[in-house]
Design a protein around this ligand. Structure first.
Ligand SMILES: NC(=O)NC(NC(N)=O)C(=O)[O-]
Ligand SMILES: [Zn+2]
Ligand SMILES: [Zn+2]
Length: 454
């Protein structure tokens, strides 16, 4: 009896870890069963991917959804819809910007209750390392967080129950405990001492324009925090992951730590690769984030670092908010965080492949394989291979378009990428073999995304 598959995606240019080949992909029960030329089997449904590329779905390790508590900012349904439309099939939700923040098992359960049944694609959940909650780390670990996240500078936090930055002692003690659990600590690395002082000085002088905000968070603040965190990690043996690294010098520090044998990775975000401090001035606080967008020269240095293989992965750092919070003329007052979840893959392929000719397998590793490897999702996710979840995205590299606010699936339809011309387009996304997004139909109604336990 000949086997009948659920889905075959034929003739796509399949992006592997090292090469791109014309292959057919067979799928049954949500898993990839075949990856080969001229697959002779039949399936319930066949897709002709000729002329398009097929990649493993993006794994976005850095997304802030605001449920529970602030679902009117962004919920699991809207946030994951945007991710699906952008070719992301697994995301990691950050432990802050919801109320309560995910710093206890009770809060983790509330996250899970808000997410389960509402997410279009699969998700994992970060736990928080904050002062006063060291004794919650172990239980959070056992409950299945993917890792822990701490801020070294004060986070913008919308809740009344604030997610606080760590003091040095909490950082050191937290690292000791997280090392024992064999988990990764993700760090927002900016020096609170430097940033808070410069912020107060600027505000006191009434200097609150874009350039003032940028100047209040200089690269040295990132370097100092990275340096200090590496020191504590060396003392404790804790594995680190630096989020949203914005400068080439910080990349260098981390690369050197790797060469010394440290267990450390870093991500940067599409906005540091696509936008600059001049865009912040031109666009207004829509493009405000921390660390801030840097100079054009810094942006090109980051691309060079990426080419050299010094950047481990790309994440969106999607940090949404209602549009009103992006309208202030005071750049310190406006919400810090970019709505970018839907655009990561397209912006990276447009800037990286279409404009700079960086090979697709390299970009695919940054989007999918490296995050899966770092956070223990291999061999189930992160790669197009037999036995893996059929988490796939089909992209046209010829169908360019201009992103419009109406294209966005966010609850609040603002993004610094609105109005941007992109030289590629996500045509379809599959999560465990289910079509979750298609260019014409949009995001499909079914919300069967599953929790990926750490
Ligand atoms: N509270 C936040 O969402 N913070 C985020 N905001 C940014 N990046 O501007 C972050 O990751 O630091
Ligand atoms: Zn951050
Ligand atoms: Zn963030």
């Amino acid at each position: 009896m000949s086997e009948r598959l659920d889905l075959i995606i034929r003739n796509g240019s399949v992006v592997g870890l090292d090469e791109v080949r014309f292959l057919d992909i067979g799928i049954k029960y949500g898993r990839i069963t075949h990856v080969q030329e001229g697959l002779l089997l039949e399936a319930e449904q066949e897709i002709d991917a000729s002329g398009n590329i097929i990649m493993a779905g993006m794994i976005d390790v850095h997304v802030h959804l605001n449920e529970p508590g602030l679902g009117d900012w962004e919920g699991f349904a809207s946030g994951s819809a945007a991710l699906a439309a952008g070719g992301c099939t697994t995301y990691f939700d950050m432990p802050l910007n919801g109320v309560p923040p995910t710093v206890t098992v009770a809060a983790l359960k509330m996250k899970l209750a808000a997410a389960s049944g509402y997410s279009h694609v699969d998700y994992a959940l970060w736990g928080g390392l904050v002062p006063g909650h060291l004794d919650d780390l172990e239980a959070l670990n056992e409950a299945g967080v993917i890792g822990f996240k701490a801020f070294m500078s004060a986070p913008g936090d919308p809740g009344e129950e604030a997610f606080r930055e760590v003091d040095d002692l909490t950082l050191w003690e937290g690292m000791k405990r997280i090392a024992r659990m064999n988990r990764v600590l993700a760090l927002h690395a900016e020096s609170e001492a430097i940033v808070s002082r410069l912020t107060r000085e600027k505000q006191a002088a009434g200097e609150v324009a874009a350039a003032d905000y940028s100047a209040s968070r200089p690269i040295i603040a990132e370097l100092e925090a990275v340096n200090r965190a590496l020191f504590y990690a060396e003392q404790t043996g804790c594995a680190l992951h630096f989020v949203h690294i914005s400068s080439e010098a910080a990349v260098q520090q981390i690369v050197e730590a790797k060469r010394r044998g440290m267990d450390v990775t870093l991500e940067t975000c599409p906005h540091y690769l696509a936008l600059t401090d001049e865009d912040l001035e031109r666009m207004g606080p829509t493009a405000k984030c921390a660390p801030p967008l840097r100079s054009e020269a810094e942006r090109e240095k980051l691309w060079e670092a990426l080419r050299l293989g010094w950047i481990d992965m790309i994440s969106s750092d999607h940090s949404p908010c209602p549009g009103e919070l992006k309208e202030s003329l005071d750049y310190f007052e406006a919400w810090g965080g970019i709505s970018g979840a839907q655009s990561s893959l397209e912006v990276l392929l447009d800037e990286g492949y279409v404009k700079r000719g960086i090979p697709l397998p390299h970009l695919s590793r940054l989007l999918s394989y490296a995050p899966a490897q770092r956070f223990g999702l291999l061999p189930r996710k992160g790669e197009i291979r037999i036995g893996a979840d059929a988490d796939l995205v089909m992209v046209s590299l010829t169908k360019g378009y201009e992103l419009k606010a109406a294209d966005l699936w966010y609850k609040h339809k603002h993004s610094p990428y609105v109005g941007r011309k992109l030289g590629c387009k996500v045509l379809a996304t599959w999560s465990q073999g289910r079509l979750v997004y298609e260019e014409i139909a949009g995001v499909l109604a079914e919300t069967a995304g599953e929790w990926v336990k750490g």
